[in-house]
Design a protein around this ligand. Structure first.
Ligand SMILES: *Cc1c(COP(=O)(O)O)cnc(C)c1O
Length: 431
């Protein structure tokens, strides 16, 4: 579900008119729906009610402190991939005992900080990292709780840049090496074996890769439970969301399968698929969803600056660029784009147009040859499903200030991140 819909020709987020918010805070502007985020979290949590579970929201998907605070208040844990993310999460009220620390290249200061704060587990991605964490913990006369990230070698059938669970990429320890590395860990005095972890990729839209991965790792989980008394099995994140026609299906329930042209993985389908094998294991299950929880809960508002014709092509040059939302440039990913104000007289007449940003790169586009209602200069557009891997990947490329972010709760809207100024751009630089 998400809470973006038209009311009398105007796009609303919950009970807030988005054109009004754009007037107030300017564009480009990210807007998130608190109700949608909470709804997604509680639905997933309720579907797993028969398990001892902890949903660790993957902070990297959207790390604004106001968003993290929503999750902390809902009782979620956090999956973090850097010291900076742990710092943010703690500032937002997270309990470090509910934080797992992932990532292939943890640095000394990050490991020390996580040890001092007492994270729930370090998810370790190599034997070299295991030894490094062991040495740091020993020097601090402390003991690091660890889980090994196991690479189950399944094909998640998603974009190659976001596939992580096959042997072809840098993530995790091969399943065939797991027992040996755990034996090594068991001999280290400053290491405490507490769990096992995996994560096979992102934007996965079918159940089979998840089922295959759980089944492949389940025998190891049993073995580790009896040998070392591990207390959790983290099955990672990776649940895909709908990027196409999200507005139409959002009015119904996008997670339901009814009448959907594109296949989409519903929460129920996902949970039904993995629950039997997990129940059998009789162990605490951790999940690390990012995109599923926040993706459809955010949009990027942008205004059309110029309409340009060139040969047979027509372009709408908007005020957001690839520096604000890089997903189309990086993964060629599709985002639905809709006018914030449906102009009835223009609605019937559609045309193909490229929607592009002002950045000096040919890759700076949001849509190519997209069938859109006739656009004019000054029109306000919403780039849908931009709540995950949107702002967090934004940069200052072309010396463009980072966009602002706002959070809607029913009929209230709050600025949760100020737009950067030109002064912000040069802060910290010296001549
Ligand atoms: C990125 C990541 C996630 C979250 O992935 P989503 O596709 O956003 O659910 C979870 N776990 C790990 C280890 C990750 O790197």
């Amino acid at each position: 579900m998400h809470s973006f819909r038209y009311r009398e020709g105007k796009l609303y987020c919950e009970d807030v008119d988005l054109a009004r918010v754009a007037e107030e805070f300017g564009t480009p502007l990210y807007i998130y729906s608190a109700g949608t985020i909470f709804d997604h979290y509680t639905r997933l949590d309720a579907a797993l009610a028969s398990l001892d579970r902890l949903i660790c929201y993957a902070v990297k998907a959207n790390s604004n402190r106001a968003i993290l605070k929503l999750f902390a208040e809902a009782g979620a844990g956090f999956d973090i991939v850097s010291g900076g993310e742990l710092f943010r999460a703690i500032k937002a009220g997270a309990d470090p005992q509910k934080c797992t620390f992932a990532g292939v290249g943890k640095a000394r200061d990050e490991i020390e900080y996580a040890l001092e704060r007492g994270v729930y587990s370090f998810n370790v991605e190599s034997e070299a990292e295991l030894e490094y964490i062991g040495r740091i913990a020993a020097a601090k006369k402390s003991c690091a709780p660890i889980a090994l990230r196991i690479n189950p070698d399944v094909d998640p059938r998603t974009h190659e840049y976001i596939a992580t669970g096959s042997h072809e990429n840098k993530f995790g320890i091969a399943l065939s090496d797991a027992v040996t590395v755990y034996e090594h860990a068991a001999q280290m005095r400053s290491i405490d074996i507490v769990g096992v972890q995996m994560h096979i990729g992102s934007q996965i839209t079918e159940t089979k890769p998840f089922i295959d991965a759980v089944n492949k790792v389940a025998p190891l989980v049993r073995d580790l439970k009896s040998k070392y008394g591990i207390t959790f099995f983290s099955i990672g994140g990776g649940l895909g969301i709908v990027y196409e026609s999200s507005l139409e299906s959002g009015a119904k329930e996008w997670w339901s399968d009814a009448g959907s042209a594109k296949h989409q993985l519903s929460i129920k389908e996902y949970v039904d698929a993995i629950l039997p094998a997990l129940c059998d294991l009789n162990i605490r299950v951790l999940l690390e969803p990012g995109r599923l929880l926040v993706g459809n809960a955010g949009v990027l508002l942008t205004r059309v600056r110029y309409i340009k014709r060139s040969g047979h092509k027509k372009f709408a040059i908007v005020d957001a660029g690839m520096n604000d939302l890089i997903r189309p440039a990086l993964y060629r990913s599709y985002h639905e784009i809709v006018p914030v104000e449906e102009k009835i007289e223009r609605k019937r007449k559609t045309e193909k147009i490229d929607i592009v940003g002002p950045v000096c790169e040919s890759g700076d586009f949001f849509a190519l040859d997209r069938e859109m209602p006739e656009l004019r200069e000054g029109d306000l557009l919403a780039i849908m499903s931009a709540g995950a891997y949107g702002f967090v990947m934004a940069s200052n490329y072309n010396s463009r200030p980072l966009p602002a972010e706002a959070l809607v709760r029913r009929d209230k809207v709050a600025l949760i991140r100020k737009r950067q100024s030109w002064e912000d751009l040069v802060r910290g630089e010296t001549e």
